[in-house]
Design a protein around this ligand. Sequence first.
Ligand code: NAP
Length: 306
Amino acid sequence: MSARIVDGKGMAAALRARVAAEVARLAAEHGVTPGIAVVQVGAEPSSQVYVRSKGKAVSEAGMRAIDRTLPVETSEADLLAVIGGLNADASVHGILVQLPLPKQIDAHNIISAINPAKDVDGFHPLNVGRLARGLPALAPCTPLGCVMLAKSVHASLEGVEAVVMGRSNIVGKPLAQLLLAENATVTIAHSRTRELGAVCKRADVLFAAVGRPEMVRRNWVKPGATVIDVGINRVTDESGKSRIVGDVAFAEVSKVAGAITPVPGGVGPMTIACLLVNTLRAACAPCPCSIDGQCRHARLRSFQRP
Ligand code: NAP
């Protein structure tokens, strides 16, 4: 058996096109162009690749990207002042702070200072709490993308056994919350989980977000299961060539799984597309026709939940 390859790149392109169409409508009918500020402290080469690809996606969707790259020695007080300025700027609808931050800055203080309505990363404690409470919230982009990918295979996740490997605040925990909201039966596994392989093998849908190259082997996967691989790991092979692999041993697991996301080309592109979705939602929240923060004007209903 060979698994269906879930085409995250294609799905992300389609989602970005839908967002672009709504952005054009918002501009034409309300004169609003969604703006997202990308705040980066220090220009780490690995972060810059992500920042550039986010900026490109934002521009291609017809949104405005505001680059705030600050020197690496920026103090926490100065960064808080920048965030305050962006909070107050009505043309900025989304604020994204590139993590990690240099050691003189407490990331929690910075994230907590972002206006929750502009928190397009979904990391602000208010959005975290609202998501946990089952209320409308800006949810983190990678988990949103993961659920969309899973739902491209399973029309409904109701009652399915979902196993999430990893309990980070940016992937594992919010992913588990989103899956609960879909009425899945959710298990969260982590580094202290006993019999990890057996736990994973229970899954109808297995999400791997551990940051361990090719950790999930074929004997951990139930035949026919859906496998969503969040991992992005750079490895160097014997010939000294470096490449990106996921947390799942793709070649062998794709022989037993029913569907699987590739790395690259799976979760990664969906993360960026979901950032655009969150920015569009944030831009629509203050729209004159919005009720309870949900704009009736832009056809956002299908974007509200994955
Ligand atoms: P993280 O903060 O390092 O968390 C890793 C999680 O995996 C932790 O909960 C850890 O458990 C668990 N873990 C680590 N080793 C384990 C093991 N041997 N057995 C079981 N569990 C183990 O990582 P993250 O930020 O969530 O990211 C996870 C992966 O996703 C990374 O490869 C990252 O690059 C990738 N990622 C991709 C995207 C994307 O857009 N595609 C976005 C974000 C992250 P403990 O809590 O017990 O330590």
